[in-house]
Write a protein that binds this ligand. Sequence first.
Ligand code: BGC
Length: 384
Amino acid sequence: MNKIMKAVSVAASASLLLSLGACGGGRSDSAASGDAKDAKDMTIGLSMPTKSLERWNKDGANLKSKLEKAGYKVILSYADNKTSQQTSDIENMANKGANIVVVAAIDGTAVGPAVEKAKDSGAKIIAYDRLIMNTQDVDYYATFDLEKVGALQGQYIIDKLGLKDGKKGPFNIEVFSGSPDDNNAKLFFKGAWDLLQPYFKSGVLKSLSKHGGGVSANFALDKWQSIGVQNWDAAKAQTDMESILDSAYSHGEKLDAVLTPNDAIAVGVVNAIGTKRPDLKAGSANWPVLTGQDCDAPNVTQIAQGKQAMSVFKDVNKLADAVYDMVTTLAKGEKVTDATGKYNNGSIDVPTKLLDPVVVTKDNLDLLKTSGFYSEADYNKLVG
Ligand code: BGC
């Protein structure tokens, strides 16, 4: 860029900043109030990322059935993890006159322009579970405390390896983050890494592989994408874990733990251990501590079998309830008052309703039944 172009571009960004400042945080004010409407006169769009992961099927179905029972018209779509598909799903909702569009983004940044179009057509926008980035056009966000999810995973590994009790190891750990295009993945990783990094610094935790360029004491948070698994894909996690095991654990080296940020990745890692290190036996002392989140069906079985130590339970019924409450409040033309948290999306602080995630292990696995997350019959099948 030559000097003149640079000056023009600096001036342009400055005026952009000023004009953003002048609108006082964007168009989200329109979320505050409006005309009350009857449920039957309202259409709610629900844009979900994919059917390929169990949780999103539950999320979509829960919310749709609650809203339909209350009389709302619902358009529910799944975008097959394709950002272009999600864009056209949301545009379609806007064209059909959706009054509120709820979006669980595939890629929080890529979805911005579609959301802006929906907002222009008069819809309110609720980000569901994953934040929509770099736009003013998000009215509310509902999610589980994201850093806390990662902190629960990191803390679990610390407790299980006895690090707080002074065990010196050194312990070998491999570290994954989630999908590089998912803002949640960064925050999950931050929650875990803030707790684990001091043990890398003191030499108690070590990562033997060069996965993602290698994770060592000075691994910077902003490098999290280098150890990510695109689309949280179990098969990709398996391939990555197989190369980790081939490159650094093929001569019987011990593997004490793997930070697996969600259940799909934990499935991939368990499969990789099965193919590359069949000498490791689930439930015995040589099996690594594996983490997860979502309490997906295969993982309930993995936990019961001792293959996965824990999963973070995010009761998506409660998330559906929270978003349902937001929708009904907005339908009454009122302001949502319980979104007291906030997440910055690079453009504005989005008012956020934060829910609490809970650790599930073999010891309290039946919470998944008593909470109604699984029916008794399904739960019994899963735990065998
Ligand atoms: C969600 C997790 C989920 C992951 C993959 C994340 O954004 O918060 O619950 O495991 O996406 O679907």
